[in-house]
Write a protein that binds this ligand. Structure first.
Ligand SMILES: *Cc1c(COP(=O)(O)O)cnc(C)c1O
Length: 423
């Protein structure tokens, strides 16, 4: 197997053989498949396998892989040069397009990844409020900047203990951790730290602990608590942005954050992130204000061309979201039916084109309940699916992503395979 050979070589020169840990297949006892190309809903590996893909590069490929309009825009932009390190018209077009179509955003800054977007948004929130503490939730992933690599030990809400070696305690001690979908935990943190919390950041739809939608009223309650305690509300919409409808989770749930972070879909597969929000806050950013944030390749012309083309396609055709919702209902609703019919003690969470099959009987509402899943059972399931040429994320705690390129037939094939597995 060529993937095997490549992996053997990769581990000699790249830590763990991969450039991002989520690509490792270690937790499912496999080696990563090396992908050669992708088209529509399918990815092809170097071993001549064709897989139906439910990863979609972890979200960006909402229109499917290698959409012709996007490919064309990238080729065209490349012909004019890869980077100038200077202002370009397309950046202005991108910023205007976002500000005009996302009501909560009056000003926006482009960066190169979701991690950078979050790191910068937090810095601005701290600069604007003059306060240091940040509230995040257990099980929400916000990229790998030091202050965000924190979780609380087994649901106990203490101030930060770093989750990763190399994160100074000093960087983590200002990160407080709440329980997702538990407003009382947020209220307690805000009351105990009155006057010192700069911002609260969350995934408005938890998509990094499997898939955990907000309970009814949770986001509204968080918004109200932030207002009451003078805390900036940051929605990390790196996954949910432009996916749960064009206006993301904030439009879907009708809750207005002060700042929003984007990534993934906004770059259409190119390395892009963005953060934006209220003018008064964004005016703090250099060179206008005194919060420093910069990037040699930020607003890169090729990346802007790809991202803008994808966003415009999504904006022009609201039926894309309707279709994605229908496919989500068909796939995830179909899995639920199979579980019932075969009397399998598993749970499915889903919203729109995002979903997760948890190997636990319990209803999953937060990190603790997600963690109850049987990862051994997931591994077996994953291997079966891979063997039948269906490519899922190699972890129980990742969402499945449906794209506009998936067909009813693709979904039927997937349901068929899952049915056979549980039978
Ligand atoms: C992927 C992700 C990030 C990090 O984005 P990168 O581009 O990988 O740095 C941040 N927040 C959320 C919610 C994400 O899913």
């Amino acid at each position: 197997m060529k993937s095997e050979e490549l992996f053997e070589k990769a581990v000699q020169f790249i830590p763990g053989g991969v450039n991002s840990p989520v690509r490792a297949f270690g937790s499912v006892g496999e080696i990563p498949r090396f992908i050669k190309k992708a088209k529509g809903a399918y990815v092809y590996d170097v071993d001549h396998n064709k897989y139906l893909d439910y990863v979609g590069s972890w979200g960006p490929m909402i229109l499917g892989h290698n959409r012709p309009e996007i490919l064309e825009s990238v080729i065209k932009a490349s012909e004019s040069g890869l980077s100038f390190g200077a202002a370009t018209a397309r950046e202005v077009e991108m910023a205007e397009f976002i500000c005009e179509n996302i009501p909560s955003i009056e000003m926006v800054r482009m960066v190169n990844s979701g991690t950078e977007a979050v790191m910068s948004a937090i810095r601005v929130a701290r600069g604007y409020t003059g306060k240091d503490k940040i509230i995040k939730f257990e099980g929400c992933y916000h990229g790998h900047c030091d202050a965000m690599l924190v979780k609380a030990g087994s649901g106990v809400m203490t101030s930060g203990v770093p989750d990763s070696a190399g994160v100074p305690v000093g960087c983590a001690q200002d990160t407080l951790t709440g329980v997702y979908n538990d407003l009382a935990s947020v209220q307690r943190l805000m009351e105990e730290n009155e006057g010192s919390v700069a911002a609260l950041i969350l995934e408005p739809v938890g998509a990094n602990m499997g898939l955990v939608p907000p309970k009814e009223g949770f986001l509204q309650g968080v918004r109200a608590l932030c207002d009451k305690h003078n805390v900036i509300l940051i929605f990390d919409e790196v996954i949910s942005g432009f996916r749960l409808g064009f206006t993301g989770a904030q439009g879907f749930y009708q809750v207005v954050p002060d700042l929003t972070t984007y990534g993934k879909i906004i770059g259409a597969g190119m390395p892009v992130g963005a953060y934006g929000g209220k003018k008064e806050i964004m005016e703090m950013v250099a060179p206008l204000g005194n919060v420093y944030q910069a990037g040699t390749l930020s607003g890169n012309p090729i990346a802007m061309a790809a991202g803008l083309t994808q966003l415009k396609l999504l904006h022009k055709r609201p039926q894309i979201y309707k279709r994605l919702e229908e496919l989500g209902e068909k796939l995830f609703g179909g899995i639920q039916k199979i579980l019932q019919e075969c009397e399998v003690p598993c749970t499915v969470n889903f919203i729109g084109s995002l979903g997760c099959l948890f190997f636990t009987e319990e209803i999953v509402v937060d990190y603790t309940t997600a963690k109850n899943s049987d990862t051994k059972l997931f591994s077996e399931f994953f291997k079966y699916m891979l063997g039948h040429k269906i490519y899922l994320a190699p972890s129980q705690f990742e969402a499945m992503f449906i794209s506009y390129a998936h067909s009813e037939k693709d979904v039927d094939k997937t349901l068929d395979c899952i049915h056979k597995y549980f039978k």
